[in-house]
Write a protein that binds this ligand. Sequence first.
Ligand code: PSV
Ligand code: MN
Length: 386
Amino acid sequence: MEFHTDVIEKAFRALDAFSIEIPSWGFANTGTRFGKFVQAAAASTIEEKFSDAAEVNRLTGVTPTMALHVLWDLPNGVGDAAEVKALEKKYAIRAGSINPNLFQSQQYKFGSLCNPSAAVRQEALQHMIASIEIATALNSRDISMWLPDGSNYPGTQSIRKRIEWLEEALKTSHQAMTPGQRLLVEYKPFEPAFYHTDIADWGMALHLAKIAGPQAKVLVDTGHHYQAQNIEQIVAWLLHTGMLGGFHFNDRRYADDDLTLGSIDPYQVFRIFHEIHAAFMIDQSHNLKGKIEAMVQTVVAAQELWLKAALVDREKLADLQSKCELVEAEELFRGAFWTDVRPLLADWRAARNLSVDPMAELRKSRYVERITKERAGNQPTGGSYA
Ligand code: PSV
Ligand code: MN
């Protein structure tokens, strides 16, 4: 298909503006609550994660930063910052958002920042502050917090007391940030708690971010929604209120994350991208697919859907919307979605000196085969996280 020069220019502008953060844990041996299928090529050290991120960035050109999870990547806290800085230099990948871990320690059985024990709440708060210190040491803008807290049975916890504890903890955390930093508040309807979750939806996250202070925003994990929820409408509201802080991109069949972006519902990603145009991150861990391949596939899918959304003729759409020309408006929208943008993307890659086919280039480079050999035998089994 031949594209008009205007379309090519628009496409190149959109692609130049697009970058996406990749999560360190997407390269590690992750799994489900029930176990994990170990991959010989999985990264088990922070250096291996940086190496894998650099390979994905070499192939795609749009993943210059990697999100870090404090406990998995910086077990000694700020003490590990120097090593991370050296790796940033060595692999030309910057540390991205810093993710506190409020879910793995045994003391968090009944919650972290919302635990009825003041001592445990204090420990969790200290971890938040330590995470902010790490972000400061690494010049990371975002501290991205997911709170696993909740309860499993009705009547066993005071939901309202926990709201107050959380408000206090987030206010204190906010005070520890430097001016350019941001606190991102993520929400999730359930898991690990099955009765109530302390930050269960975007309304609660929005309230907490407002209470915390002006540098706090909401993070939308696309996987953390039920089928019937209109995620793009939530995104539109957060944009409207200036409270959209970031994304974790992945796909879901039920209400949890971890499937490859766009694998279930690419039209939904397109609809979200129609609402936004900025840089966001992925949150997936690949249990069955090869990790590097899955990451490249994800980044490419994100670029394709981003580009499709950029091709919506917004002026024409606004006109049709104002006239309530329903079918024409929808057809224009769908038309952009169904455009095969792969040739445009290939042209852009060639123009930016990137490989025209990142997946083929990955195969050709034999990177996966090399790390499979090098890392064989290094893989811990058991436990189910990164
Ligand atoms: C929770 O399900 C979550 O989406 C949070 O962002 C965590 O930090 C991440 O997954 C860990 O994989
Ligand atoms: Mn997430």
